[in-house]
Design a protein around this ligand. Structure first.
Ligand SMILES: Cc1cc2nc3c(=O)[nH]c(=O)nc-3n(C[C@H](O)[C@H](O)[C@H](O)COP(=O)(O)OP(=O)(O)OC[C@H]3O[C@@H](n4cnc5c(N)ncnc54)[C@H](O)[C@@H]3O)c2cc1C
Length: 447
């Protein structure tokens, strides 16, 4: 039996598993290969909609946040029962829910936090990334991270607490929310925070009189988006940046460019230019890095890149060749956010995006079978020039091939279509429609 082990059930890992499963059934290896996917969670997290959970408004509270979770946490059992197993004519994908604690490339073994040892003949590393703090003092301790479900639920809860505080007359200052890092993630969360806080403030501050009594004059919130670089989104065109900036301003988001952070405290941000901002809530969306586990894995070929801010922590990724295989380790592949791939056209690393991870998952499935069949690996040719940036409510800026834009409500529709297409690629039609419906009914309440 040939054992294929996939670490991580994110965008890359899921695609590799499903494609391998589909391809194996038609090959000589049918019945002789075993695909196992390991993830610490029992669900695949639809990260692009995380900002909606963090800023969801008007959702009936329940201690387990069941409704919110249903929209972005897709059980692996739903994915694999729809697309694998005898019913679909494919092989079975084994799922192991466990945290990976060590990878031993020499002995072809992976250890789990529960002490289990998993052997493999072929390995795909798709463990994603973790937030990079660039060594900034206080970033880990005082800023809210924004990478997983728990982070989003925590942010949602904190915002509601702040508004309730204001409604109860316990504040003499506006609610100040800072988002550090004005990439696509920072922009979408800052814009949606603005919508959510304005809505919540309206319902929680019952009267003008109470607002005056609590000392809050004019607006009761301040949303600040900080970017260390000279401008937000350096990779987009000046026109597109302008449209996004105007939209943010209209929503009441203050954008500070060239605002490099030096230190973060419990309720303040100190900038390198000497300025200090008082804040109630700080969200960190400034960058990603290799998960600690992979950085500590011996023999893993890593890139060495000086991190922003001069710290030694950020920047490292797994180095792969054109076939997404690790040099010196035949049969070991790495895809998605934990990998650095240099675009031969630009000589620059390609961006960490969900659809890039999906594409790489597809290539790895093909290459694994080619390797087993003693064929030459095919080259991965990156494509990443399409993006859709939601900027608050039913509004998005979409960029397609040759700089074609769809802006506003239709941009948002495009985004919904893209999300739905992804759901259809991993779920049955019924389940995909159910998720889309829940998303639309729940997340448009603050639009
Ligand atoms: C807030 C936010 C918004 C984003 N929005 C967009 C967007 O709109 N469009 C877009 O294209 N991209 C977006 N991205 C980027 C996109 O989410 C990533 O590029 C994509 O998730 C990478 O896929 P992946 O398979 O490499 O890793 P992930 O999807 O992160 O999957 C990694 C998997 O590994 C598992 N894992 C991690 N460590 C362990 C361990 N030790 N043991 C077991 N399992 C483990 C995790 O549970 C997870 O399931 C966004 C990212 C963030 C943070």
């Amino acid at each position: 039996m040939v054992k294929i082990l996939i670490l991580g059930g994110g965008f890359g890992g899921i695609r590799a598993a499903l494609d391998l499963n589909k391809k194996l059934k038609n090959k000589i290896l049918a019945g002789q290969a075993e695909i196992t996917l390991v993830d610490k969670n029992s669900y695949h997290l639809f990260v692009p909609a995380l900002y909606e959970v963090a800023s969801a408004y008007g959702v009936k509270r329940d201690p387990f946040a069941v409704r919110l979770k249903k929209t972005i946490c897709i059980p692996y059992s739903d994915i694999f029962s729809a697309r694998s197993g005898p019913a679909s004519g494919g092989e079975k994908i084994n799922f192991v829910q466990a945290g990976v604690s060590a990878i031993d490339l020499e002995n072809k073994q992976v250890a789990t936090e529960g002490g289990e040892m998993l052997n493999y003949d072929y390995l795909v590393i798709a463990l994603g990334s973790q937030a990079a703090d660039f060594g900034i003092s206080g970033a880990k301790e005082y800023a809210f991270q924004f990478k997983n479900l728990e982070d989003a639920l925590l942010l949602n809860q904190k915002i509601e607490e702040l508004i309730k505080e204001a409604a109860a007359g316990q504040r003499s200052q506006p609610i100040k929310i800072a988002v550090i890092g004005a990439g696509f993630t920072g922009i979408e969360i800052a814009a949606e925070f603005a919508r959510c806080v304005q809505k919540l403030a309206k319902t929680c501050l019952p009267s003008e009189a109470l607002a005056k009594e609590s000392g809050i004059k004019g607006r009761c919130e301040r949303i600040i988006l900080l970017e260390a670089g000279p401008r937000i989104l350096p990779a987009v065109s000046a026109g597109e940046r302008d449209i996004i900036l105007k939209r943010l301003t209209r929503l009441g988001v203050e954008v500070l460019e060239g605002a490099a952070v030096e230190e973060i405290g419990g309720n303040y941000i100190k900038l390198k230019n000497g300025k200090r901002l008082d804040t109630d809530l700080i969200t960190w969306t400034a960058g990603i890095r290799l998960p600690d586990l992979l950085e500590k894995t011996l023999a893993l070929p890593l890139t060495e890149k000086p991190a922003r801010g001069g710290s030694a922590s950020g920047g490292k990724k797994i180095k792969v060749n054109n076939g997404l295989e690790l040099d010196g380790w035949p049969g070991v592949f790495a895809i998605g956010d934990n990998t650095e791939f240099i675009d031969p056209k630009t000589s620059r690393p390609i961006p960490a995006l969900a659809y890039v991870a999906v594409d790489q998952g597809k290539i790895v499935a093909k290459n694994l079978l080619r390797l087993i069949g003693n064929k030459q690996l095919i080259e991965y040719r990156p494509f990443y020039s399409v993006w859709i940036a939601p900027v608050g409510g039913k509004y998005a800026v979409a960029h397609f091939k040759d700089g074609f834009n769809v802006i506003g409500f239709w941009g948002w529709i495009m985004r919904e279509v893209v999300d739905f297409k992804y759901m259809l690629s991993i779920l049955s039609f019924k389940k995909a429609v159910s998720i889309l419906w829940q998303e639309i009914t729940l997340f448009t309440k603050n639009d």
